[in-house]
Design a binder for this molecule. Structure first.
Ligand code: PLP
Length: 402
């Protein structure tokens, strides 16, 4: 077994661009919320490939749909119609309240599309609004536009100059937002729950400040729901929980359950300013991607998954808060909603990841001090109990070693 692992690591070290610091585990198989490594060891997955495997691993319905679609027709390009894109767009419209969708392949592309559509809106209106307002601790992706509205200097600095027209404001500071909005602001972009920034939901007061800014100045609001959307928080989208109605919404991750697909959801006002040829992609929304997305959306809406996330999410929260309360020296705060949670530690959370793997639970660290938990949306209460018991043991081991 070690030989296999050593081989894999050595080959990657020679030929794969070294942009990821991987954990020393090779997953080869999955079933539901369980992953199995090359040695046959079982892990409970509280990360779902960073919020992607919404239906868990090896989901029979998704596997069948993707296999059937692959055998029938995978891709024809956006030069032609196919029967599934409109169907996915229709389902997304009824979930989001935004009538139109542009399909792409990832979260960052969805954000790029939203930024471009916001610029296009003001261009069409003949008003020279080009600026964006984004939040401190935001993460919107790694391509140039998305990176320009992402705050982390570590991601930005080596690639500058980025878009010069972005102002960052303190997260959840309504006055700072109000001060930053001007007649040159094209759009405010925010994650309704900041994900990479440490699982930080926007407050009601901040959401109200966004709504005020939109109402008073006409500025557009882009909700980046790539991580928080599609049932993850127990709501179809967290902007709904905040009482916001964005003009543009970016989605990705869970949408294809692991098949890469993203989308920019667009209000009719914005859609009216977009023309043929304004934006495009070779793969976006192809048959395979749409077939996977239909399967995920059907499970979510018709399969009762949305309701399940509600009650399992409450159970998850109770258990997590009990664990945190028993470890006040290590856990400072519990934040999140539904099945999207962060444990803010009193110190760097890096050691929790290998300690979890040793105990058979997959978690992630973000924003240095936060243990991030994004289990598959199909997780059940008994699996929550078992996974959180393993996490608790990992916290205990790390806490005891401190
Ligand atoms: N937006 C948010 C809120 C995200 O969490 C992410 C990824 O973590 C992205 C955008 C970028 O998505 P992708 O990695 O699919 O490009």
């Amino acid at each position: 077994m070690t030989m296999v692992m050593d081989d894999i690591v050595a080959r990657e070290a020679r030929h794969v661009l070294q942009t990821y610091r991987r954990q020393p585990v090779t997953f080869v198989r999955g079933e539901g919320v369980r992953l199995y490594d090359a040695g046959g060891r079982e892990y409970l997955d509280l990360l779902s490939g960073i919020g992607v495997a919404a239906l868990g691993h090896g989901h029979p319905g998704l596997a069948r749909a993707v296999a059937e679609q692959a055998a029938t027709l995978i891709h024809t390009s956006n030069l032609f119609y196919h029967p599934l894109q409109g169907e996915v767009a229709e389902r997304l419209a009824s979930l989001s309240g935004l009538p139109r969708a542009f399909f792409c392949n990832s979260g960052t592309e969805a954000v790029e599309a939203c930024l471009k559509f916001a610029r296009r809106y003001w261009y069409t209106k003949g008003e020279p609004r080009q600026e964006f307002i984004a939040l401190d601790e935001s993460f919107h992706g790694r391509t140039f536009g998305s990176l320009s509205v992402t705050s982390d200097e570590h991601y930005r600095t080596p690639f500058e100059p980025l878009l010069p027209t972005v102002t960052f404001v303190k997260t959840n500071d309504p006055a700072a937002l109000a001060r930053a909005v001007s007649k040159n602001t094209a759009a405010i972009i925010a994650e309704p729950v900041l994900g990479e920034g440490g699982i930080r939901p926007l407050t009601a007061a901040f959401a109200a400040a966004i709504a005020d800014a939109c109402a008073q100045t006409g500025v557009l609001f882009i909700a980046d729901e790539v991580q928080s959307g599609l049932g993850r928080t127990g709501h179809p989208f967290y902007f709904k929980a905040l009482g916001l109605q964005p003009h543009l919404v970016s989605i990705g991750k869970a949408l294809g359950g692991g098949v890469p697909v993203g989308a920019a959801l667009v209000s009719q006002d914005v859609a009216d300013t977009i023309s043929f040829g304004d934006h495009g992609t070779t793969y976006g929304g192809n048959l395979l991607a749409c077939r996977a997305a239909l399967c995920v959306l059907t499970e979510l809406v018709d399969g009762g998954l949305a309701e399940q996330i509600g009650h399992v999410g409450r159970h998850f929260e109770q258990k997590l808060r009990a664990i945190a309360a028993a470890r006040p020296a290590l856990v400072k705060e519990v934040r999140g909603a539904g099945l999207m949670w962060g444990l803010e530690l009193t110190r760097d959370a890096a050691e929790i990841v290998p300690a979890g793997l040793e105990r058979g639970v997959v978690v992630n660290r973000t924003a240095e001090t936060v243990v991030r938990l994004l289990p598959p949306l199909i997780i059940t209460e008994p699996d929550v109990d078992e996974a959180l018991a393993r996490l608790d043991a990992a916290l205990g081991a790390v806490g005891a070693a401190a």
